[in-house]
Design a protein around this ligand. Structure first.
Ligand SMILES: [Fe+2]
Length: 363
């Protein structure tokens, strides 16, 4: 084994029958050579690998080999997404959130601040331990309709937590900001399903029903919840120009927490839209933020959000539209959709023909 090469975790599901290995494959801690360079991967060998790695579900490969396999692997985006979500612990938290939302909507008496604490703790741990780029890969994905609400709320909780860190807020404020993100839309559990998940434009009457959700969220959080968390939920649809709802507040009348949550809310809503080209999601949305395509946001906060997002995406590996691997070298602030990418000896700005298809994150 070459000890000089940096090894990376490769989920066994990413390998396929017929792959010829460009380098050695090792067990989960890199101590046992499982398949040597040049070996043809077969169904039988894949089965053996799975049996060998029952606990860990992944093998170790060198960095170059990892990105090569990823760029060639024909793994449906949904499967790759599922693996990422399982490995980061996102799936488990999402299920817990689903459970809380369900119970809260059925049993008003049960819904208390103390019941939420364990899941806030889980999210805070991930914010400390997981590379934000991995959190973004969990967030930036079109989601099944029936998971829409719990995923959206969890994503806003993560984004709020990151914003809290980027703004250097005190730890306790970040915790409350995460909670506010998680619960801002809980009032939607009171909205009839046919309105909430209508696969069409809402009628005027339905939209009026929908607009009640911030007040419902506020009212549901009666027991033990911090007033700042309640008010964030109530005011996350207010706009800086006073044209939002339900209270028509403007500018600084809207709390910092609510203004942050509005940015996180829009980002998650936009990246989840299926109309965007796969993998261009975040970069396109950054561009729209910069060009003020979303009304009523606090632009000072938007600029802090963009600055830190650009920082997080810098030097990340990407699969390009022609399937080769590139690395993001620079994201122009005024043209986030078209970063400068290095691929082999080529360094150039992306465009409509040659663009980033998928940002790669290491599990
Ligand atoms: Fe909302």
């Amino acid at each position: 084994m070459s000890t000089k090469k940096k090894l990376r975790k490769m989920p066994i599901e990413y390998l396929w029958d017929g792959l010829v290995l460009e380098d050695d494959i090792f067990n989960h801690n890199g101590s046992v050579l499982l398949l040597p360079k040049g070996e043809l991967v077969t169904e039988g060998k894949l089965k053996k690998l799975s049996n060998f790695s029952v606990e860990e579900k992944y093998v170790m490969v060198c960095e170059e080999c990892y990105y090569n396999i990823l760029s060639k692997a024909n793994i449906p985006a949904e499967i790759r997404q599922k693996i990422t979500e399982n490995q980061t612990g996102y799936t488990e938290i999402k299920q817990n959130v689903g459970g809380i939302f369900h119970k809260a909507s059925e049993d008003k008496e049960w819904f208390h601040n103390d019941e939420i604490e364990p899941v806030i703790q889980q999210i805070s741990e991930k914010l400390n331990d997981v590379d934000p780029i991995l959190i973004f890969s969990c967030i930036n994905f079109p989601r099944p309709m029936d998971e829409g609400l719990q995923r959206h709320c969890l994503n806003v909780a993560f984004l709020n937590g990151l914003m809290g860190e980027w703004l250097n807020l005190p730890k306790e404020d970040i915790r409350l900001l995460v909670m506010a993100g998680l619960l801002h839309d809980i009032g939607k559990t009171k909205i009839p399903e046919e309105v909430l998940n209508a696969p069409r434009k809402l009628t005027k009457e339905e939209f009026a029903v929908m607009r009640n959700h911030p007040v419902f969220s506020y009212e549901m959080m009666e027991k033990g919840f911090d007033e700042r968390v309640r008010l964030t939920a109530r005011h996350h649809h207010e706009k800086m120009d006073g044209k939002g709802y339900p209270d028509g507040l403007a500018g600084d009348e809207i709390s910092l927490f609510a203004r942050i949550t509005a940015v996180s809310d829009i980002y998650d809503a936009m990246v989840s839209k299926r109309v965007y080209k796969e993998g261009r999601l975040s970069l396109d949305v950054f561009d729209s933020f910069y060009k003020q395509k979303y009304d009523g946001l606090d632009m000072d906060l938007v600029m802090i959000f963009l600055k830190n997002m650009r920082k997080n995406f810098l030097n990340k590996k990407v699969i390009m539209s022609d399937k080769i691997i590139g690395e993001i070298m620079y994201i122009p602030p005024n043209d986030c959709a078209n970063p400068i990418v290095k691929s082999g000896k080529i360094i150039k700005q992306t465009d409509d023909e040659w663009y980033c298809k998928e940002i790669l994150s290491e599990i």
